[in-house]
Design a protein around this ligand. Structure first.
Ligand SMILES: NC(=O)c1ccc[n+]([C@@H]2O[C@H](COP(=O)([O-])OP(=O)(O)OC[C@H]3O[C@@H](n4cnc5c(N)ncnc54)[C@H](O)[C@@H]3O)[C@@H](O)[C@H]2O)c1
Ligand SMILES: [Zn+2]
Ligand SMILES: [Zn+2]
Length: 368
């Protein structure tokens, strides 16, 4: 079939929205008609050429929500008409990581996905004789996509697509960092650095876990206001001296749990140093620039602080994304304020520009 899609032709150049060919689903694959897709930093990072593992041409996009249009041979867990969220982090349920409760890093299709191919090493996207690669196994800046069954989470049909798509990446990453990676305990004190979608999700996740005090740190007053809406009890403008101020607020000890959601290695260090001696756990969700390293004075670790990293919030996507969506639909998570605007596919480059200007939390592309 012919579909409209936003193609990364050349690093550093605007995406080109155009018609491309999408072949039908092979065995174990699913054709998804996309309804909405969030525009995330990772798309921009790859489009800019900063990501050393990027490739072109490819169709970008990974924060997708859509409806199943057709299934390939052997597909049994989703059916035509199901509403789904796309997962760049799949869950096969069988690999050594899927069988462990300790991680969500499914190994099943990683190697091919990283190269831009579906699990059988080919693509369903093409243009004439030229094949176009799949981005993050998802390629959701498009009217439709073909994805492995194990990379689709079936969600409630009541979930509005332009909000549900945020659960495909940033929002679940933040929620999960607090709920599944850190496993925040009720009554605890948390500090979240960064109030973008990931940080705001971590604030909401800490609240859902019953944290008593949640301090959010950001440079933008507007974003700190949004953090209050997600459950922050205190907010603070960050920068130099943030650690000292957090220690003052916490009787000189620091917080039980800290979260880093900025991608800045200096802020990661602040998050480590703001964690409490004895048991403070710092969870790093931000993605640092290529080659950057995190400085930690070892004494912080010897005196009982721990550091954890979190990819996709530790969320086991097929199982837990539907649960998170249900909590939103039950009124426990306020997703509306996180969608700053909706745009058409043709405006994808404008959405990139807004993101670079830190204008709004998420722009969402509406499709179909
Ligand atoms: N681990 C994962 O699986 C995963 C998934 C999605 C995104 N990410 C990463 O998480 C990070 C956050 O993503 P986002 O979409 O929320 O980004 P964002 O840019 O919208 O938010 C980052 C926030 O950090 C704030 N900030 C910058 N410097 C600061 C400082 N010194 N102190 C306090 N706050 C500061 C900014 O004002 C901004 O509000 C990025 O690095 C992104 O690449 C990771
Ligand atoms: Zn993302
Ligand atoms: Zn697996």
């Amino acid at each position: 079939m012919r579909i409209r899609a936003a193609v990364l032709e050349e690093f550093g150049a605007p995406l080109a929205v155009q018609d491309v060919e999408l072949a039908g689903p092979g065995p174990g694959e699913v054709l998804v008609r996309l309804l909405a897709c969030g525009v995330c930093h990772t798309d921009l990072y790859t489009a800019s050429g900063a990501d050393p593992s990027g490739y072109a041409p490819c169709v970008l996009g990974h924060e997708g929500c859509g409806v199943v249009e057709a299934i390939g041979e052997g597909v049994s867990s989703v059916a035509e008409g199901d509403r789904v969220v796309t997962l760049f982090s799949p869950q096969c349920g069988e690999c050594v990581h899927c069988r462990s409760p300790k991680t969500n890093l499914c190994m099943a299709i990683r190697e091919q996905q990283n190269k831009g191919y579906l699990p059988d090493g080919t693509t369903r996207l093409s243009r004439g004789d030229e094949r176009i690669r799949h981005f993050m196994g998802t390629s959701t800046f498009a009217e439709a996509t073909v994805m492995p069954e194990i990379a689709l989470a079936k969600i409630s049909p009541d979930a509005a697509p332009e909000m549900a798509c945020l659960f495909a990446c940033g929002l679940s990453t933040g929620l999960g960092a607090a709920m599944y990676t850190a496993k925040v305990e009720a009554g605890s004190t948390c500090v979240v650095f960064g109030a973008g979608l990931v940080g705001l999700g971590a604030v909401a996740g800490a609240r859902l876990q019953g944290a008593e005090r949640i301090v959010c740190v950001d440079l933008s007053e507007d974003r700190l206001e949004l953090a209050r809406g997600q459950g922050a009890t205190d907010v603070m403008v960050g920068g130099e001296g943030a650690v000292e101020r957090i220690l003052e607020m916490t009787g000189g000890f620091g917080a039980d749990y800290t979260f880093e959601a900025t991608g800045n290695v200096k802020v990661m260090r602040q998050a480590v140093e703001s964690a409490r001696m004895g048991w403070g756990l710092c969870t790093v969700a931000g993605v640092a620039g290529k080659g950057e390293t995190l400085d930690i004075v070892p004494r912080y670790l010897i005196t009982g602080r721990r550091v954890a990293g979190s990819s996709f919030g530790g969320v086991k996507g097929r199982e837990q994304v539907p649960q998170l969506v249900d909590r939103w639909l039950a009124g426990e998570i306020d997703v509306g304020p996180l969608v700053s605007r909706t745009v058409g596919l043709d405006d994808v480059n404008d959405a990139f520009a807004l993101m670079e200007a830190q204008d709004g939390i998420r722009s969402v592309i509406t499709l179909s």
